[in-house]
Write a protein that binds this ligand. Structure first.
Ligand SMILES: C[S@@+](CC[C@H](N)C(=O)[O-])C[C@H]1O[C@@H](n2cnc3c(N)ncnc32)[C@H](O)[C@@H]1O
Length: 284
């Protein structure tokens, strides 16, 4: 596992000693195509060409995941890529919750078949879980799973685009997103949406392929790029910049998973001024 100096905006992720490593009605997809907030869109915006590329990103993901929904949970990628990400997400949530978790609202973006939402539900945290995905067949799978795992309190499953989250500002305490970010044509707009729906003091944990070393470059920029085509695994420095531009504080990054390396980026939505405290914990 790799840890990044939380205070640095320029140093790359460093290797750390120990390896480390979820329903309500399905709503119709939200409208798409928006102007990006900061200049880090993969598909740009405005021009016909940029619109075509954004469409290619979305329809590529739609085709790929619609076809894959049935067999997704049995895929080898589950073992080697998705599970390590779930474990890292669980660790970050546990750390955010502290010793005695208070009830919290979690949104998992790009939830796929809802495996992570199911894990959170079975962890018995006092969490109200919402899972969101762009592809209707993934949402159906996620909903079935949510009802199987917690028939008493199934997760809400929402069919929408990560770029237009259909929730009010500050609706969630924790937002998670694993192995989905590389499908987003306007990654800056999505991080802005993640920040908007987080309540003050809330945490975003974003995990995606780490392409900044030789192994990661080969796996994500060569192999996965060739298979999935319209995808973009953002460099660690870009992800950090997007977090900071969206207003996240305490941003830290680390790399996990040796052979299919993953970049974990964590940021907090600033607490309101009245809850600010001095370094020794006393209120300001
Ligand atoms: C590789 S899967 C990962 C699923 C899940 N997070 C996991 O780790 O098992 C990527 C998911 O992102 C979803 N996705 C792609 N583009 C999206 C978008 N613009 N908005 C929401 N979900 C999207 C796909 O439909 C797919 O289910």
């Amino acid at each position: 596992m790799i840890v990044v100096n939380p205070n640095s905006t320029s140093s790359p992720p460093q290797e750390d000693a120990a390896p480390s490593a979820t329903a309500a009605p399905i709503s119709p997809a939200a409208p798409s195509a928006t102007a990006p907030a900061h200049g880090a869109s993969v598909a740009g915006s405005g021009s016909d060409d940029a619109r075509r590329r954004a469409h290619a990103f979305r329809s590529g993901a739609d085709r790929q995941f619609h076809g894959w929904a049935e067999t997704y949970d049995r895929s080898l990628l589950n073992t080697f890529l998705f599970r390590p990400a779930y474990l890292a997400l669980l660790g970050e949530i546990a750390e955010w919750c502290g010793g005695e978790p208070k009830p919290f609202r979690l949104l998992d973006i790009g939830c796929g078949t809802g495996s992570f939402a199911a894990l959170v539900a079975s962890a018995d945290w006092p969490a109200r879980i919402t899972a969101l995905d762009f592809v209707p067949s993934m949402c159906r799978k996620a909903r079935d799973k949510a009802e199987r795992v917690r028939p008493d309190r199934p997760a809400d499953v929402v069919n929408a685009d990560s770029e237009h989250l259909p929730f009010a500002d500050g609706s969630f305490d924790v937002v998670t997103c694993s192995n989905s970010f590389h499908h987003y044509p306007h990654q800056d707009a999505v991080v802005g949406e993640m920040r908007r729906v987080l309540a003050p003091g809330g945490r975003l944990v974003l995990i995606d392929g780490f392409r900044d070393n030789a192994v990661g470059w080969f796996v994500f920029d060569v192999i996965i790029q060739r298979i999935e085509k319209n995808v973009h695994h953002a460099p660690w420095s870009l992800v950090r910049r997007l977090f900071e531009q969206a207003g996240f504080v305490g941003v830290r990054q680390r790399k996990i998973n040796l052979l299919m390396p993953l970049l974990v980026t964590v940021g907090e939505a600033p607490a309101p001024p009245s809850e600010a405290s001095h370094a020794d914990g006393t209120p300001v």
